[in-house]
Write a protein that binds this ligand. Structure first.
Ligand SMILES: O=C(O)c1ccc[n+]([C@@H]2O[C@H](COP(=O)([O-])O)[C@@H](O)[C@H]2O)c1
Ligand SMILES: Cc1cc2nc[nH]c2cc1C
Length: 336
């Protein structure tokens, strides 16, 4: 199959043409929700989640049978500046760990009944240090977007995209600073566990990176300040939109990646729900920018799609109630 897009402009055009929510299914799900054997609203946000899911699947009474978790891995030239508590080689070592089934995401995917795919993106060729200019060329970012685009299975009915990339909380902070201004200090956090000096270095690097790239916006922020694994996630999120597959967002890095397409196409994030708020200090502010309320708050800061993978079970519970419960009429229960 020839590549479906070869430039960022073509990618944006595909994303902008992707379908919206199925209003008929959404209305049908609302109506069904009102008939289920519970006081109105008694299942709280589970009700909203199930209706949202039904709308995107185009089915007022859906089920979740085939969740897919995809982890993208990439290396970052900006690590040369000393922005992470761990060395770059950990990215590749953790990819092997994912492949051997030894990481948290292996257990969390299994527990959620999800398939797990791991995609390592040119780990031997880190992106350029973005304090010196763009992290990626257009060809590089398009190649990573395509990896994500083609990784989503047609049969998937719920998608989690996660990442592994030493240094990528600095990339995500730089994207957030470029998109939403504020001070660099507000967007940096401890990542894998840097000390005070590391935090100050991260703020300097973010400030310099945003200035060196002339405060890029949208997909240019992804190209100039992101990394291959962020672009892989964006490609998969966009493909999911085309296939009407709902997406659960993971932590700080996944949310920053999503924000870049939110800037390009108004409603591009409507098929995405925030799985959790991570312990990375700027994640709450980033979620607020996107108007997303997280499902979980568990003080996690692992990445790998881990927080979103835990949230799969919550969404499954919501959809199971919505589609499996009896109505008042079916159960012979008196209404209010
Ligand atoms: O998902 C998050 O919110 C998150 C917060 C802190 C760290 N991480 C993970 O840690 C790595 C990046 O941390 P760092 O310190 O190298 O920038 C990367 O592999 C992420 O998956 C992830
Ligand atoms: C060990 C380790 C595991 C990770 N998983 C995601 N990011 C990570 C960073 C480190 C350092």
């Amino acid at each position: 199959m020839s590549a479906e897009f070869t430039t960022l402009a073509e990618f944006k055009t595909l994303l902008a043409a992707a379908p919206g929510v199925d209003q008929k299914a959404l209305d049908g799900a609302e109506e069904r929700n009102g008939q289920l054997t519970k006081p109105p609203g008694a299942l709280g946000r589970l009700e909203d989640m199930a209706i949202w899911y039904a709308g995107w699947r185009g089915n007022p009474r859906p089920s979740i049978e085939a969740p897919q978790v995809i982890i993208f891995a990439g290396n970052h030239g900006v690590t040369a500046q000393g922005v992470s508590a761990f060395p770059t080689e950990v990215t590749e070592q953790m990819v092997l760990n994912f492949q051997h089934g030894g990481a948290a995401i292996n257990q969390l995917s299994k527990a959620a009944g999800a398939d797990l795919d791991v995609i390592a993106l040119d780990l031997d060729t880190p992106t350029a240090d973005f304090t010196q200019g763009p992290a990626m060329t257009e060809a590089e970012v398009v190649a990573a977007l395509l990896s994500g685009w083609t990784a989503v299975k047609d049969s998937t009915d719920l998608l989690v995209v996660g990442e592994m990339g030493i240094g990528n909380t600095t990339s995500a902070a730089a994207i957030a600073h470029a998109l939403y201004a504020g001070e660099a200090e507000e967007w940096v956090g401890r990542g894998t566990g840097v000390d005070e000096a590391g935090l100050a270095t991260k703020a300097r690097v973010v400030r310099e990176g945003v200035a060196a790239n002339n405060t890029p916006k949208g997909l240019e922020a992804l190209r100039c300040l992101g990394g291959r694994e962020l672009a892989g996630m964006v490609g998969a999120m966009a493909r999911a939109r085309v296939l009407r597959i709902p997406v659960i967002l993971d932590g700080f890095i996944a949310t920053a990646a999503a924000a870049t397409i939110g800037e390009e196409v108004d409603d591009a994030l409507d098929h995405m729900i925030a799985g959790h708020v991570s312990a990375e200090s700027a994640h709450p502010a980033l979620l607020a920018q996107l108007g997303k309320e997280p499902i979980l708050s568990l003080n996690m800061r692992l990445g790998e799609g881990s927080g979103a993978a835990v949230a799969i079970s919550i969404l499954k519970a919501a959809v199971a109630c919505h589609s499996g419960m009896a109505t008042f009429a079916e159960a012979g229960v008196s209404g209010s």
